[in-house]
Design a protein around this ligand. Structure first.
Ligand code: ADP
Ligand code: ZN
Ligand code: ZN
Length: 758
């Protein structure tokens, strides 16, 4: 990188990170400075020397050249975690397109002054016998609360105050009275928030579930751990893929690897797709690593998150578990990143910058001299493609441990069900198998790829569909059965209106919801299997803080026979008594209309099938579909990943879709339809002109699939090319145009190798 000037972000760790400041590069440092380097610079009126990070080296002068100050020196003691974060932000900005400040906000934790949390413990000041005697005295005087507390303290001389005021229902007045009487003492202690308490249901901490036993790794598991660990010790850093069916022992491998890395004096990040769904994994980590592990979670409060970052920065923990943001834990000695379920869509950010955690993890590992381990039962086509090319080390785990076998899979053709007069949502086979499980006292999971009581509401007479007045999407009907009322809701902008009984267009009373949601299946089960106890899990029943865990642990405890849910129920849960899984309409995800629809369907079906028969009990799976011949359905039914991959990659290659090529979506937003369309056209033309000699393929511009959200119009075009750099080059040019014309930075958004259609 050449240039006479450096744009530098000042290291102001406790304040808001502001814009870059420009400095002159003195002759002595010319050619020595590089982006991401820490430097000392004079700053402010007093020219105090402070640290900064080089963001850009350029010949472009943005300010009055005669007023520029010079860079003082390069900081030699290596780059701090914060410097790494800034370098990573820079990389994200370059590769995904966004403003620097948005990229920085992605990687840097928001610092917040927070109230210290104080833990109060009630300590008994008399011995056990005296405490029991006091308890009896209080009981005799009908002072029940005092009696209750003293009885507990006789059994256990120190108890958390929260337990006493909570479970034991003892008021703070009572506690004060006993303290005055000299029987107890309240001790206080500053603590970090106990993240596990916020992230996990309390019952998992009951002593009966404790007691962790290290497992003897199988030969295959041991070989994986040994070879990755041997590479690490030999200084070899690379990316590995563990392709293992659910239940093949990947998590045990992760934990053993982490232990080895910690023994080398390094730290680890364990990425999991959605923390609320994987609490069983958290418990295993906690049982094995105790306080040395911490959790990042979007549901933690800002204060809780800030605590965890601080602990990481201080080196108080060795392992950070969490969704994609856990990557940005400020570990000084990071040695390993593990990404479980690496194919999951939630690893891709849905807001600017739209980064993919897998790629950012790769870059982070390069910066930190760390290794990256990806794991999945259904690897993403991208990752498998790289493994096939030898860029990624591939390991396979084939057998299920803990006695589980792969389930038997039936594909039921819904067209022939209809032909033979079965109009129900349940095929004859699925109904018979549910009946059988109810009789045997075993559990069933039913999965539908859709949310809510009903989908869109349409008129059977004239075809009119009820739509949101602000967004181009149909409204969904939500019914409150207790009150017998229904509402129509927009899932993009939240618009709501009362349900309709007559068509606003033609007046017909045959205006009905399309009924294929979880709530409707729950109702149908109630009618067809009145004795069955049914639980439902979807976005509507899991709004509360612990509702996921409550539903899952109720089901695990056998409080229900059937669990009905959206895709969230198919991920990673281990229920020993589930021997039947039904996929009610496998095709719904085939109609998503983007190039990943086949891959997503295959993954969903395979993972759903993996839920059956996780223990000694044999499992069965019923996949209901209108397209039994689709290759995603066929290969999922035979649990044949290789077969699916071969068909999918030849299609991607033919169509020049990722990973065979790369694709950049450019989304143009405007409150004015005409402006939006014009801007999209101008940018698309420029994109085409810019790298004309490299022949990028341009698709669009068109109105986006959803043409309007919250009164903002949306236009989109796509650029495809086999070389990613060609696309980032085009992006740079478009970003320059946006700056030059002073359009709002958020009004044009980039998405590389998008996960969804726009
Ligand atoms: P995955 O992460 O691939 O789904 P897990 O690591 O969760 O697999 O293992 C599945 C089950 O097998 C778990 O109950 C786990 O405790 C058990 N298991 C894993 N490895 C071993 C082993 N080496 N010996 C005995 N049981 C094991
Ligand atoms: Zn009508
Ligand atoms: Zn809307």
């Amino acid at each position: 990188m050449t240039g006479r000037f450096a744009n530098i972000i000042v290291d102001i760790s406790h304040e808001k990170v502001d814009r870059p400041f420009q400095y002159r590069i003195p002759d002595a440092l010319m050619g020595e400075l590089a982006v991401g380097m820490a430097v000392m610079i004079p700053f402010g009126l007093g020219n105090k020397r402070i640290r900064g990070y080089v963001m850009e080296i350029t010949d472009r002068v943005d300010y009055d050249e005669s007023k520029l100050k010079s860079v003082d020196s390069i900081v030699k003691d290596g780059i701090s975690a914060q410097g790494d974060s800034i370098r990573l932000a820079w990389w994200i900005r370059e590769n995904y397109g966004s403003t620097m400040i948005a990229a920085l906000k992605t990687v840097l934790p928001v610092k917040k002054k927070i109230r210290q949390v104080v833990r109060k413990t009630i300590v008994c000041k008399v011995d056990a016998d005296a405490a029991s005697q006091k308890a009896e005295e209080f009981a005799a005087k009908h002072q029940r609360a005092k009696a209750r507390l003293m009885r507990e303290l006789a059994a256990q001389p120190a108890l958390p105050q929260s337990l006493i005021t909570g479970k034991l229902n003892v008021t703070s007045q009572t506690i004060q009275a006993l303290e005055k009487a000299g029987l107890i003492e309240v001790q206080t202690e500053d603590v970090y928030r106990n993240i596990y308490k916020s992230a996990l249901p309390e019952k998992l901490f009951s002593p009966s579930k404790g007691g962790w036993q290290k497992k003897q790794l199988s030969e295959n598991q041991g070989r994986i751990v040994d070879s990755i660990a041997a590479d690490f010790r030999a200084g070899v850093r690379r990316t590995y893929l563990i392709h293992g069916v659910t239940g093949s022992g990947k998590t045990e491998v992760y934990m053993e690897l982490i232990e080895r890395i910690i023994a080398e004096g390094r730290q680890a990040v364990m990425l999991i797709p959605e923390i609320a769904l994987t609490y069983q994994t958290l418990v295993r980590f906690y049982q094995r690593f105790g306080d040395r592990v911490s959790v990042m979670n979007s549901r933690l409060s800002a204060g809780e998150r800030s605590d965890q970052y601080e602990r990481a920065a201080r080196g108080d923990i060795d392992i950070m578990i969490g969704p994609r943001s856990a990557l940005f834990a400020p570990f000084e000695r990071l040695g390993l990143v593990i990404m479980d379920e690496e194919h999951e869509g939630s690893y891709k950010s849905e807001s600017m910058p739209r980064y993919h955690a897998r790629e950012v993890a790769g870059e982070l590992c390069r910066m930190k001299d760390a290794s990256l381990v990806l794991g999945s039962a259904t690897p993403s086509i991208e990752t498998y493609y790289r493994a096939k090319k030898g860029e990624i080390g591939l390991f396979v785990l084939k057998e299920r441990l803990a006695g589980g076998q792969l389930p038997k899979v039936y594909v039921e053709d819904l067209r022939s069900e209809l032909k033979s007069g079965n109009r129900s949502i349940f095929s004859r086979r699925l109904r018979a198998l549910i009946e059988d499980r109810l009789n045997k006292g075993e559990q069933t999971m039913l999965f539908i790829n859709r949310r809510g009581y009903a989908g869109f509401v349409s008129c059977r007479s004239c075809g009119h569909v009820m739509k949101c007045p602000h967004c181009d999407v149909s409204l969904s009907e939500h019914t409150d059965r207790q009150r017998g009322v229904s509402r129509l809701v927009c899932h993009y902008c939240g618009y709501e209106m009362p349900g309709v009984t007559r068509c606003p267009k033609c007046g017909s009373k045959y205006i009905l919801g399309f009924r294929a949601g979880t709530q409707q299946i729950e109702e149908l089960l109630g009618r067809e299997f009145p004795a069955a106890r049914v639980l439902r899990m979807d976005a509507d029943t899991t709004k509360g803080k612990d509702s996921y865990e409550q539903i899952l642990s109720q089901f695990a405890d056998g409080e229900a026979d059937i669990l009905v849910g959206t895709q969230m129920i198919v991920k990673g849960h281990d229920f020993a008594r589930v021997t039947l899984v039904g996929v009610l309409a496998a095709d719904l995800s085939l109609h998503a209309g983007d190039y990943r629809a086949g891959e997503r369907t295959f993954q969903l079906l395979t993972q759903a099938a993996g839920r059956a028969g996780r223990s000694a009990l044999a499992g069965e799976v019923v996949i209901q579909t209108y397209q039994p011949e689709h290759y995603a359905v066929v290969h999922a039914a035979s649990q044949d990943y290789e077969g699916f991959y071969e068909e999918e990659i030849s299609y991607r290659d033919l169509m020049a879709y990722p990973p065979a090529a790369h694709m950049m979506a450019v989304l143009v937003l405007s409150e004015d339809a005409l402006t939006g369309a014009e801007r999209a056209r101008a940018l698309a033309d420029q994109a085409k002109r810019h790298a004309a000699d490299r022949h990028p393929v341009l698709i669009g511009p068109t109105e986006a699939l959803i043409g309007r959200i919250s009164d903002v119009y949306r236009y989109v075009f796509y650029v495809k090319h086999r070389d990613y750099q060609v696309l980032t080059g085009i992006k740079d040019v478009l970003e320059q145009t946006i700056r030059d014309r002073q359009w709002n930075a958020d009004s044009v958004q980039f998405d590389f190798d998008p996960m969804n259609h726009y």
